[in-house]
Every structure is written in structure tokens, then in C-alpha cells.
Design a protein around this ligand. Structure first.
Ligand code: ZN
Ligand code: ZN
Length: 329
């Protein structure tokens, strides 16, 4: 593999892997302590290429971001829709639009609000589904949502991977097999849910997009061409190849007579582990060296599974990075 694939994308131009945090609050959200200006500075310092502004039930800061951004940093306008029985993110909504939040699961109103966001070209994310506090736990069916936030950093203490993330990941991983076979699966996303200093980018999502532009970033997230990590120090390159065919994260490898091999190149997780997951569960786990720069391969056949995804964990077991699946026909 070439060095190029690990290189950061050129400043906002062309096809590349872009790092971003799609769940960020400023002072206008309860508990938020940072101004848009501070958040933008923190995002740049953390090495992000984009963020999504997701205040609680308001578009108040939508007009404030453009003064602070340039070609190197994209801000996607959004909202965290805080309802009575769970929170969701509307990403890519028009400036000034407020999504209604005054309902719960019993009111049977969620579908029409999801549809409004979809009609405007936006993306709907089920946020922190297993958050351990009343009304933060997500009680709606995932049907109608585009993406699930399996990794949310808000309840981190020193380790940005908690029991609610493990529960969300297990649920998502279990549903993937059936959803992929039915032709409609929901990619995973990871966000910091920043309210305070030093929270941004922990974790964040790394998205393959044609351009650093809101519609292209959202298209990459919607297609699952993304992986999640706690740190910009972690780099991941994951493919499945058979003969001269190759597919990356969120892509599909077409059937072939050649044997297929999944390969992950990972950096930045010394002495950690990488595991491969298919519809048969965890099929392989390998230890990483103390240098933290390793390549691991595993043979995979479409007869055994319609997908493969990976998790990279620290020696103590908490997550360093996880990928969306590569699909096999
Ligand atoms: Zn929330
Ligand atoms: Zn939030």
C-alpha cells in the first residue's frame, strides 16, 4: 500500500478521507460552554476537516459559523432534536430551519419530521441510543433513520468508550446481517457531543467524500464510506480484494472466482487488537505490535458472510477505531 492513502486530504479539494465531528454544541445549548469561534478553533487544532453544528432545538447559531470558517474547515448546519423519548440529529438542514421536537414515541409523529429533513436533502441520525439518563435513551424504531450514532463521547470520563457505546455497537452489529440481506442497512457514525473544552473530535468520523462540501460529506456518511476513531493519531485503511477487484469501506465487492482477502492497515494503536466481524460474529482477532503500525489479513468468502467489518481496541479493551462494513455479493 502507498503512503498516499494515509495522507491527509488536500485543503478541502477533491476526493479524500475527511475527518469530522457531527455532534457539537455551543453556549446556546444547555450545558454548552464554548462559542462558535472557540469550537472552530478547537476543531482546527484537533485536526478536523468538518463539524456539524447541532444545538438543542434551535437554529440560533446557524448564522454565526460562516465568519469563522474557510476552505480548510467545513461547518454543516444541523440541529439536535431533543424529544421526550430520545434525541436525533438533523444534519444538512437549511439555515434557520428548526425541526419540531415537541413529541415522543407515543405521538406517532417522528416519520413526518424525518421526511421533512430528507426532503431538504438532510440526514437523520439516531443519537446516543443507549444514553444512561431519562429521555436520552432512544425509544424510536430505527426505521426511517439513515445512520446510528454507535459511539458518542459525551459521557466519557478518562476513557472515551463507555458501556452505552458497547451496547449501541452490539445492537448495531447484530442488526447489520439482517439489514444487509434486506438491502437496507444503516451505517454507524461517531461524534463527540461536545459541550466543553477538549471534547471535540473524541470520537470523530472519517469519511470518504468527493469534495469537502456538505452534500458530498453527507453522501459519504449515508453510504457508510466511513470509519470512527477517538484520535487523529489513529489511521486505518481497510479493503477486501479478490483478483484485480477491490472494495473499500461502505463499498461492495462483486462476486468473483478468485479467493477474497480482507486486509487492514492500522497505525496509532500500540499493542492493541484488531478483530474482524461478519454475520457469523467475530471470526478473527490479531494482536498489534508495540509499534502500533501493522497489517492484518483474513480470508473471507461471500458464501460465509455478506459483509465484514473491523474493530480496533486498546490493550485494556476500549475502542480505538471501528469501521462500517465492506459488502460482498
Ligand atoms: Zn443528546
Ligand atoms: Zn448533544
Amino acid at each position: 500500500m502507498s503512503e498516499l492513502e494515509f495522507s491527509p486530504p488536500l485543503s478541502g479539494r477533491g476526493r479524500g478521507w475527511y475527518r469530522g465531528d457531527c455532534h457539537v454544541h455551543s453556549v446556546v445549548s444547555s450545558g454548552g460552554e464554548l462559542t462558535p469561534e472557540q469550537l472552530v478553533a478547537d476543531a482546527r487544532a484537533a485536526g478536523l476537516d468538518f463539524l456539524a453544528a447541532t444545538e438543542h432545538n434551535t437554529s440560533e447559531t446557524h448564522g454565526a459559523w460562516s465568519r469563522h470558517v474557510g476552505d480548510d474547515l467545513l461547518v454543516i448546519l444541523g440541529q439536535e432534536v431533543v424529544t421526550r423519548t430520545g434525541h436525533w440529529l438533523a444534519l444538512g438542514i437549511p439555515s434557520g430551519q428548526v425541526v419540531d421536537w415537541r413529541y415522543g414515541v407515543r405521538d406517532n409523529m417522528i416519520d413526518r419530521h424525518l421526511e421533512k429533513v430528507h426532503r431538504a436533502g438532510g440526514l437523520c441520525v439516531a443519537a446516543h441510543p443507549h444514553a444512561p439518563y431519562p429521555s436520552g435513551t432512544f425509544m424510536y424504531p430505527y426505521q426511517g433513520f439513515d445512520v446510528v450514532e454507535v459511539w458518542n463521547g459525551q459521557w466519557s470520563s478518562d476513557v472515551p468508550w463507555q458501556a452505552d457505546n458497547e451496547a449501541a455497537l452490539a445492537e448495531w452489529g447484530r442488526s447489520l446481517a439482517a439489514d444487509i440481506h434486506q438491502g437496507r442497512w444503516r451505517p454507524a457514525i461517531g461524534n463527540s457531543d461536545t459541550h466543553l473544552e477538549d471534547q471535540i473530535a473524541v470520537p470523530h468520523t472519517v469519511v470518504l467524500a468527493e469534495e469537502l462540501r456538505a452534500d458530498e460529506i453527507l453522501a459519504g456518511i449515508r453510504a457508510g464510506r466511513s470509519w470512527i476513531t477517538e484520535s487523529v493519531a489513529v489511521e486505518l485503511f481497510f479493503t477486501v480484494s479478490a483478483g484485480d477487484q477491490s472494495a473499500g469501506i461502505g463499498e461492495r465487492l462483486e462476486a468473483s472466482d478468485e479467493p477474497a482477502v480482507a486486509r487492514v492497515d492500522v497505525r496509532g494503536v500500540p499493542s492493541g487488537t484488531v478483530s474482524f466481524h461478519t454475520e457469523q460474529g467475530m471470526v478473527h482477532r490479531a494482536s498489534l505490535t508495540c509499534s502500533g503500525s501493522d497489517a492484518v489479513e483474513w480470508p473471507i468468502s461471500a458464501a460465509d458472510s455478506a459483509f465484514i467489518r473491523i474493530e480496533v481496541r486498546h490493550p485494556e479493551g476500549h475502542m480505538a477505531a471501528l469501521s462500517n462494513p465492506i459488502l460482498l455479493t
